[in-house]
Design a protein around this ligand. Structure first.
Ligand code: PLP
Length: 412
């Protein structure tokens, strides 16, 4: 294990060593974990082990490797339930990603509970995957689509227009501003005003970086993706309170979600399986289990502290660069490891492309949050996002490279 001295003078582990992708090219700087995270070796090994030693379909075969695969999937369901403190593993539905989780909730819950004149409330800071499904549902149902605004420094304006709302759906952490919404207080406030309201939390950008406890938050649904928290792509979760899930109709129909099928009718099996039609992404689920092990052994608080230090450092170094505008909260305690910015006079795509040529991976564009960009009065931004494998050296390389970008475009 390599130990490194950090800015604060403390010694800490170099987590990069756990991730094979960093071993190939030591110059490589990955600052796009909000899009997808890199995968530690234990995750890659778990996938390899599954395919090499117990590859079989689940919940149907009666031979040993099929039973082993089935047990593994259920073990990971229990791991996920413990990770978010769900009451019961049956509240964990495996889906492809956060997007599918939100669509499942929108179609299965909301489409049967929302009628003309009701309202669906969301916020201007949502990723399109927590905006478009609700907007489309509202259009179909002739319901009101209410969008909460943000304050100048990127916090939600909690003028909760939720008296008639059947559902409030909002992100825990903004994938553009980095704002950490005070989700527990928001849910409490929303339920005090309207006890019937259900709340969906989009945890795609929070769960990889901070403790999320669904019972403590008292959210009704929670959606997230495995690939942003070190698991493979193709696996995500919808958490739902048991009683709610039981009342909801399936979203997808097909194999392994039925009790009985006849020509006249079909009856469905219990939760969570009635929402998991067809063969699941078994390797993805296996990888999810290994990712959770990695996150737990590293310690979610360690991850959060490490990222806070990096944000503080990167925000202070970004101030050196004239003409650089940073979006989102100024208070470091209130933001996560996502920093979006623009360089005066240079398009975000140009910034990202030139940095890419220097082996520094960042994101540019609207980050699937067009309404928010419009609200900020911009069409695009550049975004850096951190995870446990980043360090101050990465930030230094970023800053020096941004300065070079300015020179290349003859600005500043
Ligand atoms: N919600 C937020 C806040 C996100 O940042 C993202 C992806 O970046 C999503 C939802 C959608 O995640 P996925 O593409 O894995 O479904």
């Amino acid at each position: 294990m390599r130990i490194k001295k950090t800015l604060g003078g403390k010694y800490m582990r170099s987590y990069k060593n756990d991730f094979p992708i960093f071993q190939k090219n030591k110059k490589f700087v990955y600052l796009d974990s909000a899009a997808t995270s890199q995968k530690p070796k234990i995750v890659l090994d778990a996938i390899q082990e599954y395919y090499a030693t117990y590859n079989a379909n689940v919940r149907r075969g009666l031979y040993p490797i099929a039973e082993k695969a089935t047990k593994k999937v259920e073990k990971v369901r229990e791991q996920v339930a413990r990770f978010i403190n769900a009451k019961d593993p049956s509240e964990i539905i495996f889906v492809r990603n956060a997007t599918e989780a939100i669509n499942l909730a929108a179609y299965s819950f909301a489409s049967h509970n929302i009628a003309k004149g009701d309202s669906v409330v969301t916020t201007i800071m949502e990723h399109h995957s927590n905006f478009v499904p609700w907007q489309q549902l509202a259009i179909q149902k002739n319901a009101d689509f209410v969008v909460l605004d943000i304050s100048e420094d990127g916090f939600l304006d909690l003028d909760l227009k939720i008296k008639k709302a059947k559902i409030l759906t909002l992100t825990h952490v903004s994938n553009v501003l980095g704002t950490i919404n005070q989700i527990k207080d928001i849910i409490k406030q929303a339920k005090a005003i309207n006890p019937q309201i259900k709340v969906l939390v989009d945890a795609a950008q929070s769960i990889p970086h901070m403790k999320v406890d669904v019972q403590n938050l008292d959210c009704d649904f929670l959606a997230f993706s495995g690939h942003k928290m070190m698991a493979a792509t193709g696996i995500g979760v919808l958490y739902g309170k048991r009683e709610l899930l039981k009342q909801m109709r399936p979203f997808l129909y097909g194999g392994e979600m039925i009790k009985e099928v006849s020509i006249a009718k079909t009856t469905f099996t219990d939760i969570p399986y009635k929402f998991e039609a067809g063969t699941p992404d078994i390797a993805g689920i296996v990888s999810f289990g290994a990712a959770i092990e990695y996150l737990k052994s590293t310690g979610i608080e360690t991850i959060q502290k490490h990222e806070n230090r990096l944000i503080a450092y990167s925000l202070s170094r970004m101030k050196e660069i004239e003409g650089l505008t940073i979006y989102g909260p100024k208070d470091i305690e209130k933001r996560s490891g996502v920093v979006s910015f623009n360089l005066n006079g240079i398009h975000a795509h140009d910034v990202a492309q030139v940095l890419g040529d220097m082996d520094i991976c960042i994101r540019s564009g609207h980050h699937c949050a067009m309404p928010l960009h419009k609200r900020l009065g911009i069409t695009a931004s550049a975004r850096v996002s951190f995870y446990i494998y980043n360090n101050e050296e990465d930030v230094d390389k970023l800053i020096e490279s941004i300065k070079k970008v300015k020179k290349i475009f003859k600005y500043g």
